[in-house]
Design a protein around this ligand. Structure first.
Ligand SMILES: [Zn+2]
Length: 277
């Protein structure tokens, strides 16, 4: 009998989620994505009586990799990740189109440079049901990672690749930034009802102490400004911010990214919606 993999969110550090995968609920074998700290992973393995069989990394940033030495000292398992000398623990280097054959949960690798040049994402496409995307800091709920290393056209191309996945694809990103991202999204598109509705829904979730992740690709296409660089309303807002006409979607993306980098999150947003108790 085939059953769906279990995916556990491990909240960690300031705002991170590490994703703990149990591909076969009948087996204790488990895999962790982006362990920026070993402690929450070791605790979750003990609590759930799971056995770590492998580690997957999306990019080299410390909050995705710092747990590697302590985890490997206890569990000498394979480490899949970008072919990058900046992650010396990677034993199974990966690139676009590679497969990671986790038993019961085969993953396809997508190269998504922009936040960092070495950034990859992992896609599980089961025979039945929604696909699952583990995308690190490339795409966030209602936002995207800062463009630390890439160029606008390159990062937009990476986001376009993710936006083309089926609408019901579940998106497991690595940070709980959703409310701050929505604050920016409604600044860009104040007339977008889907964004306004989402503000209410996600605020309620946070008030209940729930994660807003995973999100879905379809919802992101409707509410995430960085996936809407070809929408006239977004193009107008980005051009107004830049004070000049923008020639193409990459220029719109670059303008949005600069705008977001300087955006004071939460200004007014938390006043209009109930605060956490
Ligand atoms: Zn990062």
């Amino acid at each position: 009998m085939s059953t769906r993999p279990r995916i556990y969110a491990l909240p960690a550090l300031d705002s991170n989620y590490f994703w703990l995968l149990q591909p076969d609920p009948g087996s204790p074998d488990a895999y962790i994505i982006d362990p920026g700290d070993a402690e929450p992973v070791l605790t979750a393995l003990t609590q759930r009586d799971l056995k770590l069989k492998g580690i997957l990394i999306t990019h080299h940033h410390w909050d995705h990799t710092d747990g590697l030495p302590a985890l490997l000292a206890r569990h000498p398992v394979p480490v899949w990740g970008p072919a990058s000398e900046r992650i010396p623990q990677v034993t199974r280097p990966l690139a676009e189109g590679d497969r990671v054959a986790l038993p019961g949960m085969p993953l396809t690798v997508l190269a998504v440079p922009g936040h960092t040049l070495d950034h990859i994402a992992y896609l599980h496409q089961p025979a039945h049901g929604a696909a699952q995307l583990f995308c690190g800091d490339a795409l966030f709920a209602a936002g995207c990672g800062r463009m630390f290393e890439g160029e606008p056209a390159q990062m937009l191309n990476s986001l376009d690749k993710l936006a083309q996945l089926p609408d019901d694809t579940l998106v497991y990103c690595a940070h709980e930034y959703t409310l701050a991202n929505l604050d920016f999204a409604r600044t860009v598109e104040p007339g977008n009802d889907a964004i306004n509705e989402r503000c209410v829904t996600e605020m309620a979730r946070r008030r209940e102490g729930q994660a807003t992740i995973p999100t879905r690709v379809g919802l992101e296409r409707r509410t995430n400004p960085f996936l809407r660089c070809r929408e006239p309303a977004v193009q107008r807002a980005a051009a107004d911010y830049s004070g000049q006409a923008l020639p193409d979607a990459a220029a719109v993306f670059a303008s949005l990214r600069r705008w977001k980098d300087g955006h004071k999150t939460g200004t007014g947003f938390l006043d209009r919606y109930p605060r956490n108790p």
